[in-house]
Ligand binder design. Structure first.
Ligand SMILES: C[S@@+](CC[C@H](N)C(=O)[O-])C[C@H]1O[C@@H](n2cnc3c(N)ncnc32)[C@H](O)[C@@H]1O
Length: 491
């Protein structure tokens, strides 16, 4: 029984059927009350008291349908929600797609984007890596059935609730203060995202969704019954290029293993992938290379760390624990994307041997990944305290300086890295990036070319692991170097 005597459960049925047909909404699991309240509100607004008249109005007037739908959608979202999927996108999917389609525009769609936090998070992450070039290579699209959330997304103004899953560094980097404690997304990020209203229940999806490389479809399908879930999933799959990925949230994953797309495991997460021949309507069969069996693109360090420094007079306790094997454990956790476990093992190691340089270095790299940059900087300084020539610590200090906009300090650290090892391609790469930012295009081209030459002459797999620890693989740097040189030469 519903609480309000004005509309009985039986009277709700035709509205439920209509909304299921038009929008795919299911009101079975305790959502009947929200439908009831929405109907009362809309009918009061329209000064109507006949349910039959109101349903007739809904059928003939799309604006009224939109207004009702806006009251029924659940728009809960925030920046960097379920960030492990975003980090998987950055570490594996984006490098792979860039590599497979070196010259093509890459499209990432957020289907059911609500107020825009998801597509803006994607734009920020891409901007972090590719700078302003992410605009040229990536087309990010957000669609939602609810016009009111799309209007909010276009305005790009957010209150603190939207930032609850976000590192404050992004607030400083990509937002400016707006009225009354709110923050507006900066133009460079806004310009990268296109928003449009679209109903995923429709049989035809808008052009902005077609030929996508990655579709995020998270926390949307939970409101649809199984039949509708399947239909929408198949239509989204149709929008993907061959080799493209469809990402749902962890709780929704298994419902979609329907044989439409291949379920693949990557870094402990499951995503769907459009392999050749999975669907009949395959629009761009030849654009991308055939995907191989899923392969890791981010080569984490598999090499054994540099010579471990052992304390001169180990005590009995230290001998027992075998610090070397603890470090191997930490490394394994880091490679398997279990940063918290890795960090706790590293803390244990450091509490027993403060001079263990590689523990500080690995710790710093994990902290950079987690955007805990102040702590990462301290970890690098600790490594340098025990080994003044620790190359990875110099590199990471350079990266931290660069990420926090301290380009002069970045130059100093990367130059030191080149001094320590003239073949250190990450240092050449980042030096080129900073000189580009400083407007010195010729030097930037030269820097990228040096990095490219070193990368082209070495075995990529070895180069990717040489300057431990790294988050991106050598192959991806190679692609980015070529891309940057191409762009700089045109300017
Ligand atoms: C909970 S939000 C998810 C936002 C974001 N994807 C996330 O994970 O944070 C679900 C969104 O799906 C939208 N939605 C529901 N049904 C839809 C449909 N038929 N077509 C398009 N969007 C729909 C809702 O309007 C809502 O904004």
């Amino acid at each position: 029984m519903n609480a309000n005597p004005e509309i009985s459960d039986i009277q709700l049925e035709p509205f439920k059927a209509l909304l299921l047909e038009i929008c795919g909404f299911s009101f079975d699991s305790g959502r009947g009350q929200s439908l009831h309240t929405a109907l009362i509100n809309r009918m009061a607004y329209r000064r109507m008291d006949s349910l039959m008249d109101y349903i007739a109005l809904l059928k003939r007037n799309p604006d009224e349908m939109h207004s009702l739908v806006e009251l029924l959608t659940v728009n809960e979202t925030y920046f960097f929600r379920e960030s492990e999927y975003l980090s998987l996108m950055m570490k594996r999917l984006v490098p792979e797609i860039m590599n497979d389609s070196p010259n093509a525009q890459i499209k990432i769609v957020s289907a059911g984007c609500s107020t825009g936090e998801e597509p803006y998070s994607i734009a920020m992450l891409l901007n972090d890596i590719l700078g302003s070039e992410s605009m040229q290579r990536f087309n990010i699209v957000g669609v939602d059935i609810d016009g009111s959330v799309i209007s909010k997304a276009i305005k790009g103004i957010y209150g603190k609730y939207s930032f609850r899953g976000m590192d404050h560094i992004y607030l400083e980097r990509y937002f400016e203060e707006a009225e009354a404690g709110t923050f507006r997304v900066k133009k460079q990020i806004m310009n990268q995202v296109t928003f449009q209203t679209a109903n995923l229940r429709s049989s035809i999806y808008p052009a902005v969704m077609q030929n996508s490389d990655i579709i995020f479809y998270r926390n949307v399908s939970i409101y649809f019954p199984a039949q509708v879930q399947e239909e929408i999933f198949a239509r989204l799959a149709d929008c993907l290029n061959t080799g493209g990925y469809l990402i749902v949230s962890a709780t929704e994953t298994m419902h979609h293993d329907l044989g439409i797309l291949a379920l693949v495991e990557m870094n402990g997460l499951f995503v769907y992938r459009k392999l050749p021949g999975t669907l009949s309507r395959d629009r761009r069969h030849h654009r991308r290379k055939e995907p191989e069996a899923v392969r890791p693109l981010i080569t984490k360090n598999t090499r054994q760390p540099e010579q471990l420094k052992k304390p001169e007079k180990p005590d009995k306790h230290f001998e027992k624990i075998n610090i070397k094997s603890l470090f191997d454990d930490a490394l394994e956790h880091a490679q398997a994307e279990r940063p918290d476990l890795a960090l706790s093992v590293l803390d244990k190691i450091i509490s027993q041997d403060q001079g263990f340089v590689n523990a500080h270095a690995l710790r710093a790299s994990l902290l950079i990944d987690a955007h805990r940059l102040d702590e990462a900087q301290s970890a690098c300084n600790e490594a340098l305290k025990h080994d003044l020539l620790c190359l990875s610590a110099c590199l990471m200090l350079g990266i931290i300086a660069h990420q926090t906009g301290k380009n002069e300090a970045g130059l100093k650290h990367f130059r030191k890295a080149v001094y320590l090892d003239s073949l250190c391609w990450p240092a050449h790469f980042y030096l080129a990036g900073i000189t580009h930012l400083m407007g010195e295009n010729k030097r930037a081209i030269a820097g990228y070319q040096t990095a490219l030459e070193i990368l082209s002459n070495g075995a990529i797999s070895e180069l990717g692991t040489k300057y431990f620890p790294l988050t991106f693989n050598a192959q991806q740097f190679l692609v980015v170097c070529r891309h940057k040189i191409g762009i700089l030469k045109k300017t």
